[in-house]
Design a protein around this ligand. Structure first.
Ligand SMILES: *[C@@H]1O[C@H](CO)[C@@H](O)[C@H](O)[C@H]1NC(C)=O
Ligand SMILES: *[C@@H]1O[C@H](CO)[C@@H](O)[C@H](O)[C@H]1NC(C)=O
Ligand SMILES: *[C@@H]1O[C@H](CO)[C@@H](O)[C@H](O)[C@H]1NC(C)=O
Length: 280
């Protein structure tokens, strides 16, 4: 961890928040760095994040954990990871543990407060038994993956099992609790953004909405549709160039979600939070 455990976040409290409970839309990027947004002077362009954060609050001294599982544990439990046993790096695919089942997670608390709760994207808080799954931990719906990283198109996760000296790959894309094969070949940032927009459009405002969109972007592997990379031909380093393209899709995702909230008439009573989950 030679990079600052640093992050960026903005909270937009938009137009006017009614006395009634606001909708909460939390977009979590993965492995997005400090110098990777336009408003911090990056060569990577993030017009949506720049524009939205200019209307909201930019937290410039805000920190997250440097690894996925501990960071997400904090977000969901409100507790430092030494209190939940999740301080030992990340949960690897074959490790049989998860956030302790006696922890009450954020979506459970919000659900008790009357919210509709939905999650799209990366979980990474354990899956060795069904009781660990997002749908058993307060989310009414889940569409996404349970491990820490995978292929953006095939949604396969490969894992080297060292005692056996073998690599095994498996599909890790779930609609609810079960694996789905319907979306093979669809780039996850677009897929997850579309599902988030669908949830927003289907939401009926008799209840407040809590939507947790934990994007795969911009975690490795470096994969992105070429059209997003083309504008960055001036970046000499190939990995940085591809990464810049991935950040551009992520920024577009933020724009699309905010547009969906506007189109659905929810914007005026929504707290939109954008944060990175980790920086390694
Ligand atoms: C592990 O598998 C690889 C590929 O099959 C082989 O080359 C290597 O010798 C194996 N290593 C051990 C320790 O068995
Ligand atoms: C954003 O919306 C546009 C228009 O519907 C679509 O073409 C694009 O793929 C979407 N971007 C993402 C990241 O989902
Ligand atoms: C949102 O609030 C603004 C300012 O109060 C108002 O002009 C606008 O009509 C509202 N939009 C919706 C969709 O409620």
């Amino acid at each position: 961890m030679n990079v600052r455990e640093v992050s960026l976040v903005f909270i937009c409290i938009l137009a006017r928040v009614d006395a009634k409970q606001p909708n909460i839309v939390f977009i979590l990027a993965d492995d997005l760095g400090w110098n990777d947004v336009g408003y911090h002077g990056s060569e990577i362009r993030t017009p949506h994040v720049d524009r939205l954060s200019a209307q909201g609050v930019r937290l410039e001294g805000y920190y997250v954990q440097p690894l996925c599982t501990p960071s997400r544990n904090q977000l969901m439990t409100g507790r430092y990871q030494i209190h939940t046993g999740l301080q030992h790096q990340i949960i690897w695919p074959c490790q049989p543990y998860c956030v302790p089942l006696d922890e009450r997670l954020l979506p459970q608390i919000l659900r008790d407060a009357g919210y509709n709760t939905h999650m799209v994207g990366k979980w990474h808080l354990g899956m060795f038994q069904r009781d660990c799954l997002p749908t058993r931990r307060g989310f009414q719906s889940f569409f996404g993956y349970l491990t820490g990283s995978e292929d953006y198109y095939t949604h396969h996760r490969c894992y080297f099992i060292s005692p056996l000296n073998i690599t095994r790959c498996a599909l890790d894309l779930r609609d609810g609790e079960d694996v789905t094969t319907r979306y093979t070949g669809r780039y996850s940032t677009e897929l997850f953004t579309q599902r988030a927009a669908d949830i927003i459009h289907q939401h009926t405002p008799d209840k407040p909405l809590f939507l947790y969109l934990a994007l795969q972007a911009v975690h490795g592997p470096m994969q992105v549709p070429e059209r997003y990379v083309t504008p960055y031909s001036f970046i000499k380093d190939k990995l940085r160039r591809e990464y810049a393209g991935m950040v551009s899709v992520m920024d577009e995702a933020v724009g699309n979600v905010s547009k969906a909230l506007q189109d659905a008439g929810l914007w005026n009573n929504t707290v939109l939070v954008f944060s990175t989950g980790t920086v390694i």
